[in-house]
Design a protein around this ligand. Structure first.
Ligand code: 4HQ
Length: 249
């Protein structure tokens, strides 16, 4: 996966040198390269921003340095590289979006600062607008890094066998089941018995039930999007019944 980034703060992307993504870069499964509009200004003051036409507080990123930086990035990019603009107006990024985008060869992420970027850049360099959530960030950098992390994990060979277990399609759209490790008792808090008994079929069933139950409790919106098999419906009903029992006492 090739990721070019247009940013005033390229050093921020050193955060991608840790853990899974750091290893992906060392193994040449991920390439991160930044272009700073600061290095592409054609005005004598080297400004990358200016006051908004029409007035209002704050500054807007000027079109010329952005345009020149994107042009430079395109020269190193694989062909058919998608340009992605990070903005709260974009399509909401989620796991299905990450799965689709993971099939691409590369991206140029445009991470704006200040009040945003001059609208004309999108006409000069058409691309897709994406948002990582309904909140306001100080810049597009963390949004770009969030997308790069979620997408790159899905690129073949980026995760080891043990790490991949997490991306199972059968638990797609559900929350994770609870995890435990040694000791089996800590300050009177015990690990659920089924996990200690080594019956793998019983463990798989318990975990699926926990995933269904937690999703129902914490993220009912996710369950509404999913169609459950007969087995899953029965496991969820059993979980709900046991919850009711607790409440009635
Ligand atoms: N931004 N998802 C960059 C965001 C954002 C988001 C606000 C984008 C500030 C300059 N980006 N501008 N939410 O809040 O992607």
């Amino acid at each position: 996966m090739w990721c070019g980034i247009i940013t005033l703060f390229p050093d921020m992307f050193e955060a991608l040198e840790y853990g899974v993504l750091g290893r992906a870069q060392k193994n040449d499964l991920l390439k991160i390269a930044c272009w700073n509009p600061r290095d592409f200004t054609d005005n004598k003051h080297g400004n990358v921003d200016d006051r908004p036409y029409g007035g209002s507080p704050g500054m807007v990123m000027s079109v010329q340095p952005l345009h020149a930086a994107i042009q430079a990035a395109k020269k190193s990019a694989p062909k058919n590289t998608k340009i992605i603009y990070l903005t709260p107006q974009g399509k909401r990024f989620d796991q299905p979006a990450a799965e689709k985008l993971a099939k691409e060869d590369g991206f140029i992420f445009v991470a704006g600062r200040y009040e945003g970027i001059d609208e004309r850049i999108m006409q000069l360099e058409p691309g897709e607008e994406w948002s990582v959530g309904d909140f306001v960030l100080s810049g597009g950098e963390f949004a770009a890094m969030t997308m790069i992390d979620a997408i790159t994990r899905l690129v073949p060979n980026v995760l080891g066998d043990a790490e991949s277990a997490n991306n199972d399609s059968h638990c797609a759209g559900l929350l994770e089941y609870p995890h435990y490790t040694r000791p089996d008792c800590y300050q009177d808090l015990v690990v659920p018995e089924v996990l200690l008994q080594g019956n793998h079929q019983a463990i798989a069933k318990w975990r699926l039930q926990q995933s269904l139950g937690r999703t129902w409790q914490k993220r009912p919106d996710l369950l509404e999007k999913k169609t459950l098999s007969t087995v899953e419906q029965e496991l969820l009903r059993e979980y709900q019944a046991s919850e009711q029992g607790i409440k009635r006492d």
